[in-house]
Design a protein around this ligand. Structure first.
Ligand code: ZN
Ligand code: ZN
Length: 432
C-alpha cells in the first residue's frame, strides 16, 4: 500500500533524477530543434534518439516502420506500459528568433521547403529520452516492462500504422496501456486531461471528376466537369445539414477546387480535395460514404464518361481517452504536480494518429482495443500567460500562437521538465 510518505519520497526521487539528466536532455532537445526533418525522413533525429536511449542501457531497435525507434526496459514481473513520442517536423520557415532556430531546408517533389519543429515533436521525443533516464534511475521503485517508442510521420497520419504494420506488438510487446502527450499553449507547468472524446477523426480525400473537354462555344459536344464539380461542392454541404444528427459535430470542407485553364476551353477534368472532421469513428465512416455516394451520383447525373477517382490522401480516427485510465493517470499527476497544476482540457478539432495504437481495427493488430491516455502539457511561460486576456484555458488559448505557427515555441525549461515528469509519473502509476 502506498502511504503519503512513499508518495513524497517518490516525488523527491523523480525530481532528483530529472535534475541529474536535465542538462543533457535540454541539449538533445536543442539539437533536434535545430535539425528538423520531414515525415518518414527522420534519419538524423531517430539516430540521435536511438543513441541516447542506448546510452541509458535500453534494448534499442532502429528502423521500425521506416525511421521509428523502439526502446525496451524489462524490469521484472508486471504490466507493459508504452510511452510514445513523435519526431517529425513541418515545412514552415521558423520565425522564433531563437539561437537554435532551424535554418534547414529539404528537397521535395514540389521544390525546396523550409523546415521547422512547429508542433513540438522534438520536445515530445526529448521527453521520452528524459523519462527513459528517470525510469532507469528509479528501477528499484518499479517492476514490469517499459516500452518507449519514437514515432515517425505523425503530421501525415502515417507513422503509427507503419510501426504497427512492421510488427510493433508482435516483435516487442503488446502493451497493457499506452500513454502519450502533446504540448499546448496553456500555462507551463500545468497538465490538461480529458476523458472520452478529445480530438477529431480526420480524412483528406482527393477527387478527380472526369468530363469530355472541348471548345467553350460548343458545350453540347462536351461533358463539362466544372458544372459537375460545382454541383458536388454545393450538394456536399447537405451532408452536415441533412444527414448528421444536430447534436454531432462534423465538418466537410472542400479546400481545393481546380479545373481548366481559360474561359473558352471546357476542361477534361476537375480536381477537388475534401477535408472531413468528426468526433465519432462510426459517424465519420458514414460521412465519408455519403461523400462518395454524392460524387458518384453527381457524375452520373452530369453524363460523366467514366466514374470519378477517389483517393484517401491521409486519415486518422478520433481520439477517445479511456475514462478509467484517464482517472488513474490524473490521480498520479495530481499527487505529483498538485491539483492546482491540472486543468480540464477542452476538446480539440485537431487530429492525431496516436489513437491508432490503441484501436485494434484501425491499427490492424487484432484482438481487444488497448486503453490509452493522451494528455496536454502547458507550454506558455508564466509571464506571458499572466498578460494574456481571458479567464479560462480555452479563452486564453485563442490569444496565443498555436502549434504550426512559425512563431510557436513550446520548449521552455518548465515545459520540458513537466513533460518528463508527466510521462514518468504516468508510467509509474501502472508500474510502481
Ligand atoms: Zn502538428
Ligand atoms: Zn503535433
Amino acid at each position: 500500500m502506498t502511504t503519503p510518505t512513499d508518495i513524497l519520497d517518490l516525488k523527491t526521487a523523480i525530481g532528483a533524477q530529472v535534475d541529474q539528466v536535465f542538462a543533457d536532455v535540454q541539449a538533445l532537445y536543442h539539437q533536434l530543434h535545430q535539425h528538423p526533418e520531414l515525415p518518414f525522413q527522420e534519419h538524423e533525429t531517430s539516430e540521435r534518439l536511438a543513441a541516447a536511449l542506448e546510452g541509458l542501457g535500453y534494448e534499442v531497435t532502429r528502423g521500425v516502420g521506416g525511421t521509428g525507434v523502439v526502446a525496451m526496459l524489462r524490469n521484472g514481473e508486471g504490466p507493459t506500459v508504452m510511452l510514445r513520442g513523435d519526431m517529425d517536423a513541418l515545412p514552415i520557415q521558423e520565425a522564433t528568433g531563437l539561437e537554435f532556430a532551424s535554418t534547414r531546408r529539404a528537397e521535395t517533389e514540389s521544390g525546396t521547403v523550409p523546415l521547422m519543429h512547429a508542433c513540438g515533436h522534438d520536445l515530445h521525443s526529448s521527453c521520452v529520452v528524459g523519462t527513459a533516464a528517470v525510469m532507469a534511475g528509479l528501477r528499484e521503485h518499479w517492476s514490469g516492462t517499459l516500452m518507449l517508442i519514437c514515432q515517425p510521420a505523425e503530421e501525415i497520419f502515417g507513422g503509427a500504422r507503419a510501426m504497427l504494420d512492421d510488427g510493433l506488438y508482435e516483435r516487442f510487446a503488446r502493451p497493457d496501456v499506452i500513454l502519450g502527450q502533446h504540448n499546448m499553449p496553456a500555462l507551463a507547468g500545468t497538465v490538461g486531461h480529458r476523458a472520452g472524446s478529445a480530438m477529431a477523426a480526420c480524412t483528406n480525400l482527393a477527387v478527380t471528376i472526369h468530363g469530355a473537354g472541348g471548345h467553350g462555344s460548343m458545350p453540347a459536344q462536351t461533358v463539362d466537369p466544372v458544372v459537375i464539380a460545382a454541383h458536388v461542392v454545393t450538394r456536399l454541404q447537405t451532408i452536415v445539414a441533412r444527414e448528421v444528427p444536430p447534436e454531432e459535430t462534423v465538418v466537410v470542407t472542400v479546400g481545393k477546387l481546380h479545373a481548366g485553364t481559360q474561359a473558352n476551353i471546357i476542361p477534361h477534368t476537375a480536381e477537388l480535395e475534401i477535408n472531413i472532421r468528426s468526433f465519432d469513428n462510426a459517424l465519420h465512416r458514414q460521412v465519408v460514404d455519403s461523400i462518395e455516394r454524392i460524387i458518384r451520383a453527381e457524375c452520373e447525373a452530369g453524363r460523366s464518361p467514366q466514374p470519378p477517382a477517389l483517393r484517401v490522401l491521409n486519415e486518422t480516427i478520433a481520439l477517445h481517452n479511456d475514462p478509467v485510465a484517464v482517472d488513474h493517470v490524473r490521480h498520479a499527476h495530481a499527487e505529483h504536480f498538485g491539483t492546482a497544476n491540472l486543468y480540464a482540457m477542452p476538446r480539440l478539432n485537431g487530429s492525431e494518429d496516436f489513437p491508432v495504437f490503441g484501436n485494434a481495427q484501425a491499427g490492424g493488430f487484432g484482438g481487444e482495443d488497448i486503453p490509452y491516455v493522451y494528455w496536454f502539457i502547458g507550454a506558455t511561460p508564466a509571464e506571458r500567460w499572466a498578460e494574456t486576456p481571458g479567464q479560462s484555458v480555452a479563452e486564453k488559448m485563442r490569444h496565443l500562437e498555436m502549434p504550426h505557427s512559425p512563431y510557436y515555441f513550446p520548449g521552455n525549461e518548465v515545459t520540458l521538465r513537466t513533460g518528463i515528469e508527466a510521462l514518468a509519473t504516468g508510467a509509474l502509476a501502472y508500474l510502481g
